[in-house]
Design a binder for this molecule. Structure first.
Ligand code: CU
Length: 173
């Protein structure tokens, strides 16, 4: 049997040294780009977050639905709030509640919270994604720029019927 060599490392070949240098420079570049892209990329949704307990939030949603319900869709209320108002969306296993009907070009303060576990708010086909944790009220200022039906899916695994947690946001002209 051969024993391993005492000195197994050898000086880096010129090409290998170049590659290490390229990788190092790339790491530095990416690290610098992270904070720059936060501002330049405009990919992060500005979200204000408040602490809220499930009962309080559920009551806010119930009051909101009572006030602005216009229709029902597969047993879920369809709610049409006035522009510039506070809009409440509730996530729970395994339903988004209610269905929101918004107007194109108007601005809304969208509140989202979960009553039970972590859910993922994902609006299709736009690339709008938010993590929704119980105990927090996430408030995003939203101005729809296109009309139509936008599919709302949960993209955070939240239990056995996670795949059924689909809804939509309706945007009218
Ligand atoms: Cu979910």
């Amino acid at each position: 049997m051969l024993a391993p060599q005492q000195t197994w490392w050898k000086p880096l070949h010129r090409i290998e040294r170049s590659w290490v240098l390229v990788a190092f420079v790339w790491c530095i570049f990416l690290t610098i780009m992270m904070p720059i892209w936060f501002f330049m990329g405009r990919q992060n949704v500005p979200v204000t977050t408040y602490r809220v307990d499930a009962e309080t939030y559920q009551q806010l949603v119930a009051d909101f639905v009572d006030q602005y319900q216009v229709d029902t869709l597969s047993g879920v209320p369809v709610v049409e709030p006035p522009p510039n108002s506070d809009v409440y969306l509730q996530a729970r296993q395994w339903q988004w509640y209610p269905v929101l009907k918004l107007k194109k070009g108007e601005t809304y303060r969208l509140h989202i919270s979960s009553l039970d576990v972590q859910h993922g708010f994902s609006l299709q086909p736009t690339n709008l994604n938010l993590q929704i944790l119980p105990g927090y009220d996430y408030v995003a200022t939203l101005t729809p720029t296109q009309s139509g039906d936008f599919a709302l899916v949960c993209n955070e695994y939240c239990g056995i019927a996670h795949h059924l947690m689909v809804s939509k946001i309706i945007v009218t002209e």
